[in-house]
Design a protein around this ligand. Structure first.
Ligand code: C5P
Length: 225
């Protein structure tokens, strides 16, 4: 039994990798499985929220009662996120958004040209979806509570605290320890303005439920109807 700590809230979650096309056949992506984001969407729904899940290309089952929007690229994810953020009250960014995309997209398959020289690829930086949402007036006023994730290979506390400040968000969640792509277990570090708190190793679903409770406790108290 889950207490309905998010009843009346509208929660928006991004999950999975993005795929940045190079030509009709190829592109760059990463190993994000989307498991943590899908677990958070499920836990938020169990806690009574209306949930929209914006998913990159993943192989995960949509949690019951969750509205899912599939996207491919970072630009597509940004567009869908900004549209859905307009009436959300909580935004949890778990997506592993590609930092760069090819500067140009070839309409036809890029072919070997027989010279033995590989093609030179140029990249441009993708938009930072979380930082963009965190700058919107609703996020700035506290009407939209933004949560970010960080995967670091060293100095997690220092990097996570710096990332929280840089992105301008109230809560940042660090993935502790070895990269957890595709794994069912994880442990998390919660960083907010009060300091740091660890959620010890557990399944991603158990952690998602704890995180949902932590988010609910940080939301501005709602006026009685
Ligand atoms: O800067 P870094 O990629 O480490 O930040 C991770 C956090 O920012 C995650 O919450 C991720 O979903 C979000 N992010 C984003 N758009 C990007 C890059 C990261 O929303 N382009």
């Amino acid at each position: 039994f889950q207490p309905k700590v998010l009843a009346g809230q509208r929660v928006l979650v991004t999950a999975g990798p993005t795929f940045e096309a190079l030509d009709p056949i190829r592109g760059i992506t990463n190993h994000s499985s989307g498991k943590m984001g899908f677990a958070i969407a499920r836990a938020a729904r169990e806690a009574g929220a209306e949930v929209t899940l914006i998913a990159g290309p993943v192989h995960q089952t949509t949690p019951r009662g969750v509205r899912r929007v599939d996207v491919l690229s970072a630009q597509g994810m940004l567009e869908s996120t900004l549209g859905n953020a307009q009436d959300a009250t909580v935004f949890v960014a778990t997506a592993a958004v590609a930092d760069w995309r090819p500067a140009s997209h070839s309409e036809q398959k890029i072919k070997k040209d027989g010279s033995g020289q590989p093609p030179v690829l140029h990249f441009v930086e993708n938009p930072d979806i979380l930082a963009t949402v965190a700058k919107t007036p609703r996020a700035q006023s506290g009407a939209l509570f933004c949560v970010g994730f960080a995967a670091e290979s060293e100095n997690l506390v220092a990097h996570a605290s710096a990332k929280r400040e840089r992105k301008g968000i109230p809560l940042l969640v660090g993935n502790i320890g070895p990269l957890t792509f595709g794994q069912d277990h994880n442990s998390l570090l919660l960083v907010d303005s009060d300091g740091v708190r660890e959620l010890p190793r557990a399944t991603k679903l158990a952690l998602a439920r704890q995180l949902v409770a932590e988010i609910a406790a940080r939301l501005p108290a709602r006026r009685p109807p």
